[in-house]
Structure formats: structure tokens, C-alpha cells
Design a protein around this ligand. Structure first.
Ligand SMILES: Cc1cc2nc3c(=O)[nH]c(=O)nc-3n(C[C@H](O)[C@H](O)[C@H](O)COP(=O)(O)OP(=O)(O)OC[C@H]3O[C@@H](n4cnc5c(N)ncnc54)[C@H](O)[C@@H]3O)c2cc1C
Length: 512
């Protein structure tokens, strides 16, 4: 995601951040007298699965065994590649300053944030650079005012109003409240307005707020294209998340974002099982209390072959969608599908070490003067790329300065399809290394999305990635992780008063 000085953070949310940091966990984790679960499984060790293991440990205490199954690499969509002597992010790269769970994780794990390197943005229409950010804030401000009137300022206010409501989730979770569906979670944060946002396009939402079509095409579309590879027809909620992702103060984890995942797994004292889960089936057993209980059998394949294990609680922390996972569910009534409706959008991340061809960008600017870090693109037919960014390594070496385009550097190109050799030769005067990652990156958003999957698949079987249909981002997976850990805890101990409560904002207002 690009950095653009769009927004100043409201005093209110900063105050909230301070309060949140002081921590108010007491009510959420009252000591339990009832029997605790013995074994919990988490499927997937991306940020969602790793954060789930962390919060499960917090909720259920030291006695429970937590197994985390991972078929690929810990980190999932947070991944790096090595080019020359340095590592670079190929997947999820930047984190918003008000993503409090991610912030909490790095603080807790003692991992520093990556050193900040100032960024600069330009917009390319497929033929020419149509806008280039100046080094001077005041110049940018007047250029924007001249071209778009007050649209720009109003966008900051609009995103901030969404963010203000979004921040409520931290307080609810701090008090131990959880939600059984994505819709209920969104409603608790922003009432009907958030549900409306999720069910209309960003374009409709912004037109409804009085933004001009020109502004939406020139400024908003390039931001949704770089962040979600899609147009302004994504849903309004993920659109607002995307616009917040163009905010100032974005950060990343020193050494790579995936370090948070391995750190959380270690901190939670869970066991990582490098295996592919093939099926989950329900087994009903009599219990001491007389009422039958459900246990879940996880069938998996690891290096030494097929095996299975029984669990009291299972959390699926990978998308149940075509191309993302192929888990079959058996013995459930109603049946649980392997794949929910909807598909994931492909974004290809191509990292190239080479010399940029300035004439590709249709500019006569000297390459030695071109210090733009993020070239965003408009939604025009000419744009085969979604963005082109000069990449900084995951660890910024001492004295590092982003080189101008006259020097060979690592560039990251996001596109919908893999780049052909001809396209690469158009973009670069020369290159000596190309690394391509084809991501099924985030949902293809076509609102209204009427069949958002539930967080609860069965009595004690939960699904984290349902949340991505509202918005896909590291923090969204972290929020869903805490939500499913709380849900699992409350449903195990039959504390229904902490699930799907209405009007929490008003009820908790006095507590702030
Ligand atoms: C190119 C790109 C750029 C992005 N940019 C940003 C950004 O700048 N900021 C941001 O906040 N977000 C960004 N995102 C989104 C963010 O990366 C994701 O929302 C987040 O990482 C999802 O994490 P997750 O743990 O929920 O899922 P995943 O990371 O997909 O984790 C699921 C894990 O489950 C494993 N798995 C799947 N099936 C099985 C099985 N059967 N058995 C065992 N294991 C299995 C997978 O191998 C995977 O590791 C970006 C994503 C992409 C792809």
C-alpha cells in the first residue's frame, strides 16, 4: 500500500490508543471453574492462525494443548523473497498506525518496527504520469485544492469518521465481547451505516457523499487498484480500509511482517504441525455430564504420510475458497462446504532488480531526478499494471537512501496477469533478476455479497477468514482471531451474555 499524507489522526482515536495500551483484560478472562478443553487445533499459520493461537492461549490458559497445522510457510500471505543480499515483502506489506492488534503483537514480542523511509507517489494513466507528489506538502495541498476542490479534505474526514467507528471493536474485545457473524461485528462497530457500506460499491458510497466522479476516477481508483487490484466497484467498507491504507504513518515489521506469525506461535506455546489438513469430521461422544459432546477429527498428510487427531475445538484460519484450500467436512448437518461462494482475486507480484525505463511512464523527467516510490495507475484500458513501486528491503541498513530511477533498484509490479518478457523489456532498460509470486490475494469484491460465511461452522468449529468478505488485511485477520478465540471461550463455558450483544457502544460509553 502506498503512503500519502492524506490524514491527520483525530485526537479522540489517539486518546483511545493511550487508553487501550493500558489494557483492560480483567473482565474478559475471569478464572474458570469449569473443565477446560484439552486440545485445540488451528488450521493455517498466517497472521490469522498465529494470532488465534495467541488469543486462545490468553483465553484458555496454560493447560490446553494448541496444535497449529500449516501446509506451506508460516506467514501465509505475509512472505518475503531474497534478491541479492536483501529480503523484500511480496505479500502484505504495510500496517496502519491505528491497527492496534498488530501494534500490540510487535510490542509484546519485542520486534522493532522497520525504519521509515520517506515515500512519494505519482499517478500513471497507462501512457503518461498525470500527477506527481511534490516534496513540499504545501505544493501538494494547493495542487489538490486546485484540481479537486474540497474533495480531498472531505475524503480525509470521511475516512476518519469510518475509522472512529472501526476503533470501537478494540474496546468491545477488551471487555470480552464477541460476534457470531461478520455482519453482527460490523453492525456493533458502525451500526446500519457499516452494513450499507459493505453492500454497496465504494463508488456508490462516495457519490452518495457528494464526491465528484473525476476525483473518484483520478484519486480513489488508483488507491483501490494498488491495495486490492480492483476498481472502485469493491465494497464501500473495504474501500474505506483501502483509503486508510493510503494514510501517513504506515509501518512494517523490521525483518519482515511474517516474523510476527512465528513470534506469536512461539509466544503461545503452540505446536506447529507442518502438514496439510485434508478433512475435518465430527465425532459425537457421551460425556460425564450425560449430554453428548462433539469432538473433531482432523485428518492430515505430512511428510511421513496420513494421520489423524481428535480435538475439542477447531479454528479454520485459511480461506475456504476455490484455489485456497481443499478441506472436506464430513458428518455435519447441515453440511459444511469445502468452498463458499465467491472467488479470490489474482494479484501477481513481480519483483525486478533492474533499471527503470522512464519512457515507459511517458515522462521526460531525468531518471536521476525521479525519486517517486509508488507509481499508482488509473483504471484506464492502457494500464496493464496496477502499480509500480520502488521497494525498500525489510531491514533498512544504516545510511540507506532510496536510489533515484537512474540507478538499478528493486521494483515491485502488481498486475492481474503475469508480465510477459516483452512487457518487462518495455518497463525496464535492463534487469538481472525477476521473482514472480502469483497470489490469490483477497476476495474479488462484487457487492452486495449476500452469502458472507459465518464465524461459527458447528458447535465448536470456527472459521476466521469469513471476515475477509468485509475487508482483507492483516489487522482484519487479527480482529477475527480475537473474535473467534473469545467466541470459542464463551461458547465452551456457555457465557452467552458475551456474544452478539446489541448497543455495546452506548452501554460501554461510560467505561471510557
Ligand atoms: C499482494 C498482497 C498485498 C497485500 N497488502 C497488504 C497490506 O499492505 N496490508 C495489509 O494489512 N494486508 C495486505 N494484504 C492482505 C493480507 O496479507 C491478508 O489479509 C492476511 O495476510 C491474511 O492472513 P490469514 O492468516 O488470514 O490468511 P493466510 O495468510 O492466507 O494464511 C492461511 C494459511 O493457511 C495455510 N493452509 C491453507 N490450507 C491449508 C490446509 N489444508 N492445511 C494446512 N494449512 C493450510 C496456508 O498455507 C496459509 O499459510 C495483502 C495481500 C496480498 C496477497
Amino acid at each position: 500500500m502506498p503512503t500519502m499524507r492524506l490524514q491527520t489522526l483525530s485526537l479522540r482515536v489517539l486518546l483511545f490508543l493511550g487508553l487501550w495500551q493500558t489494557g483492560r483484560r480483567s473482565l474478559a478472562s475471569a478464572p474458570e471453574l469449569q473443565e477446560q478443553p484439552k486440545k485445540i487445533a488451528v488450521v493455517g499459520a498466517g497472521i490469522g492462525g498465529a494470532a488465534t493461537a495467541y488469543y486462545l492461549r490468553q483465553e484458555f490458559g496454560p493447560g490446553v494443548k494448541i496444535d497449529v497445522f500449516e501446509d506451506g510457510s508460516v506467514g501465509g500471505r505475509l512472505a518475503t523473497v531474497k534478491i541479492g543480499d536483501y529480503e523484500y515483502e511480496t505479500g502484505g506489506s504495510v500496517i496502519h498506525p491505528l491497527n492496534l492488534h498488530m501494534k500490540h503483537f510487535v510490542d509484546k514480542l519485542g520486534i522493532p518496527q522497520r525504519k521509515d523511509v520517506p515515500s512519494k507517489m505519482a499517478i500513471f494513466d497507462g501512457k503518461h504520469i498525470v500527477f506527481e507528489e511534490s516534496d513540499w506538502f504545501i505544493v501538494n495541498f494547493f495542487r489538490m485544492l486546485w484540481r479537486y476542490g474540497l474533495n480531498f479534505l472531505r475524503m480525509q474526514m470521511w475516512v476518519e469518521s469510518v475509522l472512529d467507528k472501526f476503533m470501537r471493536i478494540y474496546q468491545y474485545q477488551q471487555y470480552g465481547y464477541s460476534f457470531s457473524t461478520v455482519e453482527r461485528l460490523l453492525h456493533a462497530m458502525g451500526g446500519d451505516s457499516f452494513l450499507t457500506l459493505m453492500n454497496q460499491t465504494l463508488e456508490e458510497a462516495m457519490m452518495g457523499e457528494g464526491f465528484t466522479q473525476v476525483f473518484i476516477n483520478d484519486i480513489v481508483a488508483p488507491i483501490t487498484r494498488v491495495n486490492y487490484g480492483q476498481s472502485v466497484r469493491i465494497n464501500g467498507f473495504v474501500g474505506a480500509v483501502s483509503l486508510a491504507g493510503a494514510d501517513s504513518g504506515l509501518w512494517a515489521v523490521d525483518g519482515g511482517n511474517k516474523k510476527v506469525c512465528s513470534g506469536l506461535l512461539y509466544n503461545s506455546k503452540s505446536e506447529l504441525i507442518p502438514a496439510k489438513v485434508t478433512s475435518i469430521s465430527v465425532k459425537v461422544r457421551p460425556s460425564k455430564r450425560g449430554t453428548p459432546v462433539s469432538l473433531y477429527e482432523i485428518n492430515y498428510v505430512d511428510q511421513s504420510g496420513a494421520a489423524h487427531s481428535l480435538y475439542d475445538i477447531v479454528i479454520v484460519a485459511t480461506p475456504l475458497h476455490q484455489g485456497k484450500s481443499d478441506i472436506t467436512f464430513s458428518g455435519f448437518s447441515p453440511p459444511i462446504p469445502s468452498h463458499y461462494p465467491g472467488r479470490y482475486h489474482q494479484t501477481v507480484a513481480t519483483l525486478v532488480h533492474g533499471l527503470l525505463n522512464m519512457s515507459y511512464l511517458g515522462t521526460t523527467e531525468a531518471a536521476s531526478e525521479f525519486t517517486v516510490s509508488d507509481v499508482l495507475t488509473t483504471d484506464s484500458n492502457g494500464s496493464i499494471i496496477n502499480s509500480l513501486s520502488s521497494l525498500d528491503p525489510v531491514h533498512i541498513p544504516k545510511g540507506y537512501k532510496r536510489p533515484p530511477a537512474s540507478q538499478a533498484n528493486v521494483w515491485k509490479v502488481f498486475s492481474k496477469k503475469p508480465l510477459s518478457q516483452e512487457q518487462l523489456e518495455n518497463m525496464f532498460l535492463s534487469y538481472d533478476s525477476v521473482s514472480e509470486t502469483k497470489w490469490l490475494a483477497y476476495p474479488a469484491y462484487h457487492p452486495p455479497h449476500r452469502q458472507t460465511p459465518p464465524f461459527i461452522l458447528h458447535h465448536r468449529l470456527y472459521y476466521l477468514n469469513a471476515v475477509e468478505w468485509a475487508a482483507s488485511a492483516m489487522e482484519m485477520s487479527a480482529i477475527a482471531a480475537r473474535n473467534v478465540a473469545l467466541l470459542a471461550h464463551h461458547r465452551w463455558h456457555e457465557e452467552t451474555g458475551k456474544i452478539d450483544q446489541e448497543d455495546l457502544h452506548t452501554r460501554l460509553r461510560g467505561e471510557l
